[in-house]
Structure formats: structure tokens, C-alpha cells
Design a protein. Sequence first.
Length: 664
Amino acid sequence: MFASAPTTPLHLPHPAFRTRRPTLARCRSSFAPSSSSSSGGAPPPPPPPANPNHLIQTLCANGRLARAAALLPGLPAPTQRTYESLLIAAARAGDASLTAAVHRRLEADPVFRADPFLSTRLIESYAALGALPAARQVFDEAPARDIFVWNALLKALALAGHADEALARLSDMGRLAVPVDSYSYTHGLKACIAASASHAPRGAFARVREVHAHAVRRGYAAHTHVATTLVDCYAKLGVVAYAETIFFAMPERNIVSWSAMIACYAKNERPGDAIELFKEMIASDAGLVPNPITIVSVLNACAGVNALDHGKLLHAYILRRGFDSLVSVLNALMAMYMRCGRLEVGRRIFNWMGKRRDVVSWNSLISGYGMHGFGREAVQVFEEMVRAGLSPNIITFISVLGACSHAGLVDEGKELFESMADYSVTPRAEHYASMVDLLGRAGQLEEAVELIESMRIEPSPQVWGALLGACRIHGHVEFAEMACSHLFDLEPRNAGNYVLLADIYARAKLHNQVDVLKELLEEHALEKVTGCSWIEVKKKLHSFTSVDNKNPPVEQLQALIGEFVAQMKNEGYVPDTGIVHYNIEEEEKERILLGHSEKLAVAFGLINTGSGEVIRITKNLRLCEDCHSVTKFISKFTEREIVVKDVNRFHHFRDGICSCGEYW
DNA sequence: CTAGGGTTAG
């Protein structure tokens, strides 16, 4: 079911304290003269004797690594603090050889050789440099291992994505009676879900449950940090029910716990619940103050349900808290406006950001133009981005190729796809899916199939899905069957693929084949997702489904649509009944088309909004051809601007024309 | 001396 967008106002608390603007760190060395003592007439105090340990530490703090490193060999007795400074600075600068030099010096140092504090630091530095074998070696050779050393190793394993080894080390701790603590669990859990080429994600759920069970036995499962990490892990694995169980059972929840649960809903297609939970947190009076991360998660949820009003309240809150100094918050705000249909507002925020824009900001604008059908603008922004000296990344290309495919820019798309190598971006399945979509829609089906055959990676369901979609547009039965032979295998539970193929068969008048697919659907107990459209009128959400025609208002709406259709028929329109699979009378098919949820929502909007207002509709599926034609006509006939957001993109209907240019 | 949540795409 679809979570309805909450419409009661948010009551955001006054901030407990304002965020401080970042200030430049004052790095004054102990040798610097004190400015206040110069005016008193007294002679300046003599400089203190140079302490080589202090000197190295100061050099490290100022990033002057080369000089610090040069002083190390001549240093008779490094202190713990000196080793620490060097290790932290070396890791920050990505200097593996300096880290190794400090490591060697440390091994020869009789005072600190067995110091667990410095072993911890060494493991952390190696891990940050991506040198897991060295980190592991430090651990294995450490003369003394306290809990910090163990946890540092678990963190290193999590960072490297070695789930199995992390689990093995955790059980070592049990066997050796090392008392684990909450840190061991958080690192262990993160290791379970860390991306790793060598482990299938399938195993992640089992691993998380294993560590979870372990934590329950040791009484750590309710610990705030451990439980929050568990919520996050189950959220990332898509097991929302588990995340909920843990979250609602937590004895104490802080802002991070709430943010994790809000993000869980937002990520797992339950944006309405995310907004509700946010409101519950605000209302709970537990003194919890939303921070930038909380706000970003909620903005993301607002975009998911077109909850522009809530998004605007959050915008005001962002300004009040001074969060508009944070690029990540502005990026999320921009994306929210564009995903709620306000492309111009997103653009304005982008412009206002000026030099603070990062790759995410650019990607966001490119995808914004793309989802609104402005392919040329997206390509222009891409070029501007390159001129501004930013490197396009994987996501930039997914966005810009998607924009090309939404706008039918075949040549531009091909060129961009080929240029990926120039930016050292290796095409992933998503990029191929975009290209197949682009070529396929343009009718170049053979070329699309050739591209798939040339892939050096396994084609994902999205790639075959793009081919299948193109086959539907062009009525290509043979390639559709080829795509489905893979799709039915890769995602047997996706009803959409069966429906699309049935659609293609129906149009080709292969009714026996349609029946076979229907039987298949029944056999697998798969149900078509019901079409649903919603519209917000006077802060109230109204949703329509294609199936319910019991309410009297719906009859009235259908009658209104019927009038438009009659008018259209006079002008030569023929209802597109080919997409109705049932083997029934034409007249009945036309009646089914009249009941499509999007038409109902448009009619409702026409009746219930003022003549100058833009009608904004959201639909859970892709728009059907017939609804598209009818909406185009209505936009011209009634002189109304209609904006429809479907699963993939926006359609701006104006004066009988749609911004998608028939590409969607 | 360590730790938990977020942004762009699909």
C-alpha cells in the first residue's frame, strides 16, 4: 500500500544552540612571541629550549611531514605523543612509507615496543592506508593486546570488507576470554554488511543475525550504539521489520538512533513513515534536536512522497539553524525541490551555492534536468561541470546518460558513453542499461542487442529490462522473448516482466501466448501492481486507483473524462485499447481506459483547483499511452498546465505538448 | 586513545 503523505504541520523545536560557523584553527607554536607582552616595555622572555619531540609534533600538526620524518632518525627518545603525531599525520597524508618507518622505529624501541596504545594507532593508520595485511601483522605480532587493539583490528577488517575474518576474530575473543565491548559489536556488524567483492550480499543477513545473537547473549543488544548499528544494518539489508523491532525496543534512543530509523524508512520505499517518525520525534519532547543528517534523511523522504509543504518547512528550519552553510544539506534540499517538481527552485539553489558546489551538487542538477526531460540542458551542465574542473564520476554518467535517454539524444548519449574512458570511469551495468534504453527507444534494437552482447560484465536485470521496454514500444516479439528468457530467470518474482511480455503479445494479437503468461502469473501467485495516482488539493492528499469505481465522485470524474474523450474523437483520436489485454468488446476496453487512475486524478484536479493553478499528479507506475494522449489534449483544451510524476520521470503538459517529447 | 545515522543514480 502507499503511505499517504502526512499533512499536519510540523512543529520544529527551537534549536538548543546555534551551529558555530567553522573558524580557522589557530596554530600558534610555543616559540611564537606573545603579542600582548610587546607593548609593556619589558624585555621579551627568552625562548624556551628547543624540544625535538615538541618540534616534530608541531611539524606534524602543520602537515610538514617531510621535515618531521627527517628529524625522526636523529631523535634519541621519541615520546608516545611523538609516535602518535607521526602516525596520524602519515595516515592523513596517505604516506605509507613514513608509516612503515615509524613502525620499524617503534619495534626497536624498548620503551614503547609493547605499548598497546601505539599498536592501536599503527593498526588504525595502516587500515586507513588500505594496508590490511600490515594492520593484521601489527595485531598478530603485538606483545600486548588490550581491547583497543582488538577493536582496531575489527575496524580494519570492517573497512576492508572482510566479514568472515571479522566474525572469526570475534569468536577468537570469546575463546580467549577477551572481554568484548560495544565497539567490538559495532565494528563487527559493519564488517558484516561492508561491500566486498569476495562475498555475496546474500551472506550478509546471516552474518548480521549471528553477531546480533551474540550481542543478545552478552547483553549488548540494547546498548544504544550497538542497537543503532543493528537498525542500520537491517535497514541496509532491506529488512525493515527487524529494524523496527530493535528500534522500538531500545531503552534509550538518541538523535542518531532516530535518524537511523528515519533513514531506514526513507531508503526502503516508506517515505511516509519516515516523515511520521520524524514528527513523532519532534513531538516526543525528549529534547532531541534534529541535526543536519536527520534533516537530509527527512528531505529525502519528502522527495519520495512529493511532500513539498513539509520540505518547505524543513527549508525554513535549515535557514534558522544555519545548516545552509553545509553543502550536503543544500544538495539534499536541491534534490528535494527538483524531485517534487520544482526544477527552477533546485536550479536557483544550485546557482546560489556558487563555488561551494561539489560533485554531488552537479550530479543532482544533471539528474534533475534529466528527470524533467531537459536532456540538452543536462548535457550542457555536464560540459559546464567539466569546464569548472570537476571530475565526472560513475553517478554523473548514470545521470547524464539517463537524461539523454529520456530526451532521445542518441548521438550525444553515444558520445558521452564513449568518453567515459577519458575520465577513467568504467561502465557498469547501469550505464549499459541506459544505453540499451537510449538505442532501444530510438528503434535501434539490433544495435542495443549488439551492445549487450559486447558487455564484459554480466548484464543486470535492468539491462534486459531496458531491452524489453524498447521491444514493447516497437512491438518486437523476438527480442522481447530473448530478454524475458533472462529476466524470468534473474527475477522470477517480478510481475512487471510478465505483464510487459503479455502486452507485447497482445499487441501482436498472439492471444494464446497472453493466456500462457496469465497462467504463469497465477502459478507463481504474482499480482500486478495496481495503478495509483494521487494529487494534493488544499493540503489534503487524494488518491485514486484504477480498480475502485464504487465512489460516486469517481463516476462524476469518469463522466468528465468521457466528455473530453468524445471531443477528442471528433478530432480524430482513437482510444489506445491495444494495451488492455482482456479479450473483451472494444467498448468495454474503452471503459477500462476511462477508469485509469491518472485520468481520474486529472479530472479531480480540474474540478477542485483554480483555473490558473498547475495540476500536479504523482503516479506509482509508468504513464500509459492513452493517459498520455488524453492529458495532452486536456492541457490544450482547458488551457491548464499539468505536471505528472511517474515512476521514472516528470511530464510537463502544456498546450497539448508534453516535455517528454514522446520519449518515456 | 576507539563507536552509531545522511546527500547525487537506479
